[in-house]
Ligand binder design. Structure first.
Ligand SMILES: [Zn+2]
Length: 60
């Protein structure tokens, strides 16, 4: 049986030494990752604000 894996974006079979089947899928994947990263920053930002609010209440 020939060894292969699947494109992480569309699931098409690709050679083992490749990660994506096309440039389009690579761009799509990088776009997805950067969106996820941005969302993480938003979550951390909200947590920081929450901590500051709690801290400020303790100081009053
Ligand atoms: Zn693909």
């Amino acid at each position: 049986m020939e060894q292969h894996k699947h494109c992480q974006v569309c699931g098409r079979p690709i050679p083992v030494d490749e990660t994506f089947c096309s440039e389009k899928c690579r761009e799509e994947y990088e776009d997805m990752v950067s969106k996820r990263k941005k969302r993480m920053y938003v979550v951390y930002g909200l947590l920081a604000v929450l901590l500051i609010v709690i801290f400020a209440r303790y100081m009053m």
